[in-house]
Write a protein that binds this ligand. Structure first.
Ligand code: AMP
Length: 640
């Protein structure tokens, strides 16, 4: 039987390579675009969502059209982000693995430019680049584009959103007039139209799906809550979907960090991704997410561009994007490669109009959903637990040795009683957390009155979710001075571990970490301070004696140290205690996670307040220590 890719005109060496990648049949966009692009004689505009197989749609024809005997750049692919750049370069390398002499270079900011220059000097046919770094290299006269025959503008709308218009103009002006330009975009705003008009001659236009529509496999839902209840609503949605693997979008870096930190402190397996993290930190976060050792990625629009993780079950818009068009990009992070997914908006009553605008853009109706009640969540979690118990793999060899002792322990209980007790073990925690949980949905009446109506001062429990974060951290904490800091290459996470290890205290007892240059301040629960100081004897770091002592400073009053308030939650967190501080609730989460199959690894660590500590909090703090460094040198970052 002839391979379907061969039928489209792809040569055997490339067909064999994609077969190895598991591509059996072309995706619809590949089916439509490959024969057109293989002709090589036309400009091209493809309106296609991310995750549809776009890279192979242009990558495979490029490989047929390039002369691999020559070592000169013949194809230039421009894309908005480093992540996408690496992904495309990697894909094309995979597609061309059977082509001797094929060479692909990825050119992007935040990485060593010398290495990229070296690769270019060694000879390369395909250059995949973010615009900022590309211009930098062109400015150094380090690349010759006179043999470029094809330029691909991938995610053109994103590149324009990010302000790359001028850079693209400059880059294209260094390529020959007779080259062909292939443009791919998820949406077709007027600016992208203008590019098509200015740079292309009678482009062949293909629309995969309806114009400007989102992926048909995505369900869109919105929840109307009071502004102050957003965080509680987010948690409830997550609790109701124990197997969620999602991306949560916030508007600002600060919100991203804030939401992530509070989720972490409340026992969720989450982390933040935003532009103030160093590239290394971003890579670390993405690696965890890709490996599924993290369940919720909290991201800004810019940081999440180009995220190519399959199997994302939910996209949650914790805040709606300013640019309505961005919604398509956000929701496109789910339902990739033919899967289904849900895109959720948590909005206040004033934002319903925006939902209507988005509906017009995506050509699809949202479902107005009701947040589950506390009882719903408990029920869902209970049966989730029951299913996991039912399906768990039993390690006969290991458990066998204990069975007779376990049986002895249960000798006085009937089967029914044992079942009840096992179920209650986890259920009680959720019940405790949720039994008095308020209805977070806004009533029709309130909706009418708009946000003003929300001051009714209802539920005491949920109210503090975000609001009280600024409080509570200060009282009961001692501020310590320590003579190590960022000059010692410490991140907050490192310092946290350092203090905990040498001071022999639990991470839970640590509050605010203020990482300075040659010294830092660390807040710890007052009652642990003395033993910490006593334990911290004769500690050396890099041959230097480490000094830690009580700082004369009075504890901070509330400010952004709101995280300390959350940290209060952190301490009280996953076991016992009130809702706000995540107590019973967190316990539930710990329990819930500890059993759940594929995310076992990360979740177990999260489930136990001690065990989870270093992983979650260390990382979070670590990331916060991100020094505001941007993707060095890449204008893409500067512009974003
Ligand atoms: P892309 O839109 O190029 O980012 O591709 C989305 C995902 O679909 C990637 O994980 C690809 O490896 C995968 N993919 C692309 N084309 C095919 C195909 N024909 N069959 C199976 N998977 C594919």
């Amino acid at each position: 039987m002839i391979n379907p890719f061969s039928k489209l005109g792809i040569s055997d060496d490339v067909v064999n390579a994609v077969k190895e990648l598991g591509f059996e049949n072309p995706t619809p966009i590949q089916e439509q675009a490959i024969p057109v692009l293989l002709e090589g004689s036309n400009d091209f505009v493809g309106l296609a969502q991310t995750g549809t197989g776009k890279t192979a749609a242009f990558g495979l024809p490029l490989l047929e059209l390039i002369d691999f005997k020559s070592n000169k750049p013949q194809a230039l692919i421009l894309c908005p982000t480093r992540e996408l750049c690496l992904q495309i370069a990697n894909d094309i390398r995979n597609f061309s693995k059977n082509k001797p002499n094929a060479s692909v270079v990825a050119v992007y900011g935040g990485a060593n430019i010398m290495q990229q220059l070296r690769e270019i000097r060694n000879g390369v046919q395909v250059v995949v680049a973010t615009p900022g770094r590309m211009l930098d290299i062109i400015g150094r006269k380090a690349i010759d584009f006179s043999n470029v025959k094809y330029v691909v503008l991938d995610e053109a709308d994103e590149m324009l959103n990010m302000g790359f218009q001028e850079d693209i103009n400059d880059i294209l002006s260094t390529t020959p007039d007779e080259k062909k330009t292939w443009l791919f975009s998820a949406t077709m705003p007027p600016e992208v139209r203008r590019i098509a008009k200015n740079y292309m001659e009678n482009p062949t236009e293909l629309t995969m799906g309806t114009k400007n529509t989102g992926n048909a496999n995505i369900e869109h839902e919105y929840y109307v809550v009071r502004a102050r209840d957003k965080y509680a609503a987010l948690k409830r949605i997550v609790d109701y979907n124990p197997d969620i693997f999602g991306v949560v979008f916030c508007k600002t870096k600060m919100d991203t960090q804030d939401v992530a930190e509070h989720l972490i402190k409340d026992g969720y397996n989450a982390d933040a991704l935003h532009g103030d993290l160093s590239q290394q930190q971003r890579d670390k976060v993405m690696k965890r997410f890709r490996e599924r050792s993290m369940q919720l990625l909290i991201a800004t629009d810019v940081a999440a561009r180009g995220i190519d993780v399959n199997d994302v079950t939910h996209v949650i818009n914790f805040a709606l994007p300013d640019e309505i068009e961005s919604y398509t990009h956000r929701s496109g992070r789910t339902a990739r490669a033919g899967k289904t997914g849900t895109s959720i908006c948590i909005i206040n009553s004033k934002e319903v109009g925006k939902i209507r605008q988005i509906e017009k853009i995506i050509g699809k109706k949202f479902t107005k959903a009701e947040l589950p009640t506390g009882f719903d969540v408990c029920e869902k979690q209970l049966f989730g637990l029951i299913h996991r118990v039912h399906n768990v793999d039993v390690n006969e060899e290991q458990i066998g040795q204990y069975i007779s002792r376990i049986n002895d322990e249960f000798a006085d209980l009937s089967k029914e009683e044992i079942i009840k007790k096992f179920a209650s073990l986890e259920f009680n925690r959720f019940l405790e957390y949720y039994q008095n949980a308020p209805d977070l949905n806004i009533s029709a009446d309130e909706r009418e009155r708009g946000e003003r109506g929300e001051r009714g001062g209802r539920e005491r429990g949920e109210r503090g979710e975000r609001g009280d974060r600024g409080r509570g951290a200060e009282a009961g904490y001692a501020r310590l001075f320590i003579n190590v800091g960022s000059v010692d290459d410490f991140t907050r996470g490192d310092l946290l571990s350092f203090v905990c290890n040498h001071g022999r205290i639990s991470g839970k007892a640590v509050g605010k970490i203020d990482l300075k240059g040659v010294f830092s301040f660390v807040e710890v629960e007052s009652e642990t301070a003395e033993s910490l100081l006593a334990n911290f004897k004769d500690v050396q770091y890099n041959g230097r004696e480490v000094r830690i002592e009580m700082s004369g400073d009075a504890p901070r009053s509330s400010n952004r140290g709101g995280d300390r308030g959350g940290r209060g939650g952190f301490g009280g967190e996953r076991r016992g205690g009130g809702e706000r501080r995540g107590g019973g609730y967190g316990g539930g989460r710990g329990g819930e996670r500890s059993g759940s199959g594929r995310r076992d690894r990360g979740e177990r660590s999260g489930g136990s307040s001690e065990g989870g500590f270093r992983d979650f909090s260390g990382r979070s703090r670590d990331d916060r220590g991100g020094s505001g460094r941007r993707e060095g040198g890449d204008r893409s970052r500067r512009r974003s």
